[in-house]
Design a protein around this ligand. Structure first.
Ligand code: ATP
Ligand code: MG
Ligand code: ZN
Length: 450
């Protein structure tokens, strides 16, 4: 049945083989391989082949001039605003609020720039209903409901906007290909044509892509290398907070985050994010750390619950930090503080479930565990910063200065940190009480004595 032109593509990871397998050899997922017919070369590609190479010094080096997305938090994640001619992939689980974010943003941008919003999933009426709920008003925003790639390209060329949005890449299709919309080869082919169009006409393009919880049918995964910037929109169904996180950015730093709240009338920026992840209560088992996400310091509570176990193997679970980190911290406490924890269950949760990747939160986790175990509240109004080494030492943390500054801004009175350089210490003398420590034992003696 398979002709010369067909190929077998894993819909999960995008790897290609010339033969069918029940299980992908690359990512090991079952039944994810689908036969797809290779496309002929696109019209657009053909026309472009008349380009020539030029000497390096003839390339004009304009400074990047960005325009704002209308949201400070969104701009921050993009590296300072939208770059003309750049392609941004906005991923996220279904229903997280991607369309809401881009529609609000499009409305704001269209006050100054020409904007085209292409809705391939929802009808014009559906978009209009959302538009009215979001209380937007702009007469310049153009909406186009279409799923056919050639017609979309034609309309973009006709209108020549500064900013165009595709909602979503899984819903559009190239007629020259036989595979169904959303399949890896469709997603790839459509994106690369749109990418060429954007680059050649200096149009900033934002492509929305769905990502399911288990990463299955993750068309967008296969696009990540193709686009300039990859942003994820995250959150859970329980809380109304939403995080925008940059995963890749050719025009700014990665792991930058933007924080929003989802309200009836749409997304609102959170101006003081530290306030939503901390509680400022002085109770046993809770401490505050200051982590670094991208270029921004952020205060987050670490809560621990340590209980005598009823199981043969004690329970250890975490929300917001990795379970391996917890195991390592527990081992360091056993060895270097001399407390046996094998009879205790241990649960860790960060404030709001915020995912912390910065290892300097270790010390805060350790003090929370010991505070819960001993049932003693930690030193009042105190933050903890420091990565725990395997030999119990507290190691240096990145960006300590900005973290201390954030603590001061939040009115925190004490801070426990790794040994500082003199110059840093002098800067903050009267603003906050800084306790420098070199190992975990010192931190415990300082903050958990009755
Ligand atoms: N009337 C409403 N009041 C408050 N919040 C609403 C209302 N309608 C929708 N929402 C919020 O908007 C979310 C859906 O937003 P949106 O359609 O922008 O998400 P999406 O990521 O584009 O979804 P999809 O994957 O279906 O395209 C809902 O999960 C809900 O949180
Ligand atoms: Mg949507
Ligand atoms: Zn695979």
């Amino acid at each position: 049945m398979s002709s010369k032109l067909s190929t077998f593509i894993c819909q999960n990871c995008g790897s290609e083989t010339s033969q069918y397998f029940g299980r992908c050899l690359n990512c090991n997922s079952w039944n994810s391989i689908v036969e797809e017919i290779k496309s002929k070369r696109s019209n657009y590609q053909e026309i472009k082949n008349c380009k020539k190479s030029i000497p390096f010094n003839e390339i004009s080096s304009k400074k990047i001039s960005r325009f704002t997305s209308g949201f400070r938090e969104f701009d921050r994640v993009l590296g300072g605003g939208i770059v003309p001619g750049s392609v941004v992939l906005l991923g996220g689980e279904p229903g997280i609020g991607k369309s809401t974010l881009v529609l609000q943003s499009a409305g704001k941008i269209s006050l100054n720039e020409k904007v085209l919003y292409i809705t391939a999933e929802e009808s014009l009426e559906q978009v209009k209903i959302r538009w009215e709920r979001l209380n937007q008003s702009s007469i310049n925003l153009k909406i186009f409901a279409e799923t056919n790639l050639s017609l979309i390209i034609k309309e973009i060329k006709r209108l020549n906007p500064s900013f165009a949005i595709i909602d979503s890449i899984q819903a559009i299709h190239n007629h020259e290909m036989q595979s169904s919309p959303g399949s890896v080869s469709q997603v790839r082919a459509c994106s690369s044509e749109l990418q060429n169009l954007a680059k050649d006409n200096n149009i900033a393009l934002l492509i929305i892509g769905h990502v399911t919880k288990d990463g299955a049918l993750a068309g967008p995964k296969t696009l990540e290398h193709l686009v300039d910037t990859v942003i994820n929109f995250e959150g859970d169904n329980i809380s109304s907070h939403r995080l925008l996180r940059s995963i890749k950015n050719r025009f700014g730093s990665t792991f930058e985050i933007g924080i929003f709240e989802m309200l009836e009338e749409g997304l609102r920026e959170i101006k003081n994010p530290s306030s939503i992840f901390t509680n400022k209560e002085n109770i046993s088992g809770v401490t505050t750390t200051i982590t670094n996400e991208g270029t921004r310091p952020l205060a987050v509570d670490i809560q621990a619950l340590v209980n005598k176990t009823f199981y043969s193997n004690p329970r250890r679970t975490t929300t917001g930090i990795s379970i391996n980190r917890l195991h390592q911290i527990l081992a360091v406490i056993e060895k270097h503080v001399g407390i046996k924890l094998s009879e205790f269950d241990c649960y860790i949760a960060t404030g709001g479930g915020f995912e912390i990747n910065d290892p300097s939160s270790d010390l805060s986790v350790a003090i929370s565990i010991l505070s819960s175990l001993k049932n003693i509240p930690p030193l009042a109004s105190c933050s903890f910063i420091g990565e725990l080494g395997l030999s119990g030492q507290v190691r240096k943390s990145n960006n300590l200065r900005t973290k201390i500054e954030e603590a001061i801004r939040l009115g925190i009175k004490n801070i426990v940190v790794p040994k500082l350089e003199d110059e840093l210490n002098n800067n903050f003398q009267n603003l906050i009480k800084i306790k420098e420590i070199s190992n975990i034992k010192e931190a415990v003696d300082y903050s958990l004595s009755v």
